[in-house]
Design a protein around this ligand. Structure first.
Ligand SMILES: NC(=O)c1ccc[n+]([C@@H]2O[C@H](COP(=O)([O-])OP(=O)(O)OC[C@H]3O[C@@H](n4cnc5c(N)ncnc54)[C@H](OP(=O)(O)O)[C@@H]3O)[C@@H](O)[C@H]2O)c1
Length: 294
């Protein structure tokens, strides 16, 4: 990529997309376009060329894609419904795409044999991209550390996080590390047809994550186990989590209890040269979100 490149970042206000935008701007790789449905609320950097649009709105997408060389594609839907049209539009304009896929995708299985619904929709998008004329890189991240923001209200107002499946283990990944890998894949050569499985550096149960966040905040926090039904009611009351995602989330935690302990990868460090950030570091970076209000 040179200083005249144009890169479109979709999901530009999201956990990862926002960091991709700022890192591309810092790297001075040319024009950075940022797609959002609500530019007025987006709080994106002034240097970004902010475009209004829904990924499912073909007119808005076509216009955002005009003259673009590369696309960071974040898939916001819980199905692959509009994927064929989106991938087709991207390949008519750009040469390269970096897809924010998911660690829920199981390697070696086609989309319709993926056991997990999130894996199914993401693998379907991956396959459409692989069958296109695009140069592609797929990122398959483990659980985002940012999911801990779902606990922010409970941590601001008390010393316990209530939920189900506290023994479910995962390798929480800092969004800055996903974005750093995405920027390398968008701007350097050598990432074509690569699928990167990205994880955080440590395997932690949900209960351990609460303890680590407490250590970073400088106060003791503990996990309080709830029944699945009580946790379902709590999640349904949370405006940040779509109702349709609640069962998927709980099923995912239940599966983690039975699955072999997750394995971490060194891929973040291999691609970026820096080790993946710990959950402790993530909590320090987001301490404001958990701070008690006076
Ligand atoms: N959370 C995890 O643990 C995890 C793990 C692995 C993979 N993933 C994957 O990573 C991706 C991001 O997940 P997240 O939970 O972190 O999301 P998020 O960052 O909260 O993303 C929300 C973003 O999606 C955009 N968006 C929503 N609907 C849109 C639409 N119809 N058209 C265009 N943009 C739309 C929003 O943009 P505006 O509101 O500004 O339009 C916002 O930027 C998902 O594909 C998810 O499956 C997540």
């Amino acid at each position: 990529m040179n200083a005249n490149s144009k890169i479109l970042v979709t999901g530009a206000t999201g956990n990862v997309g926002r960091q991709v935008v700022s890192r591309l701007l810092t790297a001075h790789v040319g024009e950075v376009r940022a797609l959002t449905r609500t530019p007025d609320a987006a709080r994106l950097p002034q240097q970004a060329d902010v475009r209004q649009g829904d990924l499912a709105d073909s007119g808005a997408l076509e216009s955002a894609l005009e003259g673009v060389d590369a696309v960071f594609l974040m898939w916001p839907f819980h199905s692959a419904e509009p994927a064929a049209a989106v991938v087709d539009a991207v390949q008519r304009h750009a040469r390269r795409v970096v897809l924010l896929s998911s660690g829920a995708v199981q390697s070696g299985l086609p989309w319709d044999r993926q056991p997990h619904p999130v894996g199914r929709s993401h693998r379907a998008v991956e396959q459409l991209i692989e069958d296109s004329a695009l140069r592609w890189t797929h990122l398959r991240p483990s659980t985002f550390a940012a999911n801990a923001l779902w606990w922010a209200d409970q941590i601001r107002t008390g010393d316990a996080v209530r939920g189900a499946y506290g023994a479910a283990a995962m390798a929480p990944l800092h969004e800055a590390d996903i974005a750093a890998v995405a920027v390398r894949a968008l701007t350097d050569d050598g990432h074509d047809a690569a699928t990167y499985t990205l994880t955080g550096p440590d395997v932690l149960t949900q209960a351990e994550q609460v303890r680590v966040i407490g250590e970073a905040l400088g106060r003791p926090l503990r996990w309080q186990e709830l029944s699945r039904e009580a946790a379902r009611q709590l999640l349904l009351a949370d405006a940040a989590i779509p109702d349709s995602f609640v069962e998927v989330l709980l099923d995912g935690y239940a599966e983690m209890l039975d699955a072999p302990r997750p394995v971490t990868t060194g891929t973040v460090e291999e691609i970026t040269g820096a080790p993946a950030r710990t959950l402790h570091q993530w909590a320090l970076d987001h301490a404001d979100a958990f701070r008690r209000r006076r």
